[in-house]
Design a protein around this ligand. Structure first.
Ligand code: ATP
Length: 371
């Protein structure tokens, strides 16, 4: 079931000020996708989720779930939360400590007055799905954080909602458990073919889990797209910066070629991804550290020289200022004229601070973004 949101506005009064938490959101969330609302703290993602569920009343706009208008300011419609057919999983697991796993999961079906045999079948199926079969008799408090969150997921799923909404459900788990639970979640949501709306400020979680991502800032949707689009081809500086580490450098468009836009920058003249900016326009160049490919090191600070591999599209020459070992790579800062660039270097490469280095940079990894 898909969700249509039109012109959604929500304001709060706080300490005599009006906070515009949602500032006219237009959004279509397609059916049967994992759709993530991503953005920094305070951008309005939880407010949007709570308006969809019905836990907040918007000031204006309209929300449709499938064909049903569940909230409309103009039409004066407000369907109560329990009639919207949605499931929700919160950051805090919100499982009942005095009940065992089975009773926690069975609760929504018992409230609905379903038959015992049907309840048992559905609960065991949901527990199988979240890989907790065999634990139905265990006290819910004698489970790990990840298992407790999976009980909460099973409880949301057992009621067979049309849409399931997640508010930072993994944020209370440690890093390893978060990764494991994220994989389980991705697999079962994909298998279920259900519409899932997921709120997070964790960019890795958003990239790994989502079919589509909408990036919010200040109550607006800045940009939306699939994870690859958001990471590799963002249109906006805010999105490029928020979704991953990036070198952001002011540049000026010098020429348009059939398959590249050429800019003048503090790193020299660079061929970049083709973008429709006029010659002379001020733009921001976005280069991710991992796309600067080290092609040559001259130990002790020697000079440049020709590259044996032939002339790559963009060459950047500089000097390593710092080199930090962080596990799978060295993170380095490279001085290029007055500019400091973040780059990554394979730990197998014999490089040291002070070395002169040369990087290759493919035009498709030279992104031009707008403010
Ligand atoms: P976080 O990641 O920190 O949870 P968020 O993106 O989910 O942030 P919201 O919780 O939706 O952000 O808040 C959006 C804005 O509305 C913030 O400026 C917040 O301070 C404000 N806000 C949210 N709830 C209330 C409230 N009940 N009263 C006053 N202001 C509120």
């Amino acid at each position: 079931m898909d969700i249509h949101i039109e012109g959604l506005v929500k304001t709060y009064q706080s300490e005599g000020r009006t906070v515009r938490a949602l500032d006219g959101i237009d959004l279509h969330i397609p059916a049967n996708q994992i759709f993530t609302l991503l953005g920094p703290s305070g951008c309005g993602k939880t407010t949007l989720l709570r308006c969809i569920v019905g836990l907040e009343t918007p000031d204006d706009g309209e929300i449709r779930i499938g064909d049903q208008v569940v909230w409309s300011g103009r039409k004066r419609i407000s369907v109560p939360p329990e009639k919207r057919g949605l499931g929700m999983v919160f950051q805090t697991y919100a499982i009942w400590p005095h009940m065992n796993v089975f009773d926690n999961v069975a609760y929504p079906l018992q409230v609905r007055g379903e038959r015992r045999a049907a309840i048992r079948e559905k609960v065991l199926k949901a527990l199988r799905f979240v890989q907790l079969e065999g634990l139905e008799g265990r006290s819910a408090t004698r489970l790990s954080g990840g298992q407790q969150q999976r009980v909460a997921l099973a409880r949301a799923l057992v009621a067979e909602p049309k849409v399931i909404l997640f508010d930072e459900p993994l944020s209370n788990l440690d890093a390893k458990l978060r990764e494991e639970t994220r994989k389980i979640l991705r697999r079962f949501l994909t298998e279920l073919g259900i519409t899932a709306v997921y709120v997070t400020h964790d960019r890795v979680e958003a990239l790994a889990l989502s079919d589509s991502i909408a990036v919010l800032n200040g109550g607006h949707i800045v940009e939306r797209g699939d994870p690859q689009k958001i990471y590799f081809n963002a249109d906006h500086r805010f999105v490029a910066d928020f979704i991953g580490r990036a070198n952001l450098i002011a540049a000026t468009v010098q020429a348009q070629e059939p398959d590249a836009t050429v800019v003048q920058s503090p790193l020299g003249v660079l061929r970049c991804q083709k973008r429709d900016f006029p010659v002379g326009a001020s733009v921001t160049l976005c280069i991710r550290p991992e796309f600067l490919l080290l092609s040559r090191v001259d130990a002790g600070g020697g000079g440049g020289g020709a590259d044996a591999a032939g002339a790559p599209p963009n060459i950047i020459e500089g000097r390593l200022e710092t080199l930090d070992f962080v596990g799978e790579v060295y993170e380095t800062e490279v001085r290029v004229q007055d500019q400091l660039l973040l780059a990554r270097v394979d730990p197998g490469v014999a490089a040291a601070a002070g070395d002169a280095v040369r990087f290759m940079l493919a035009p498709e990894h030279c992104l031009l973004v707008m403010e």
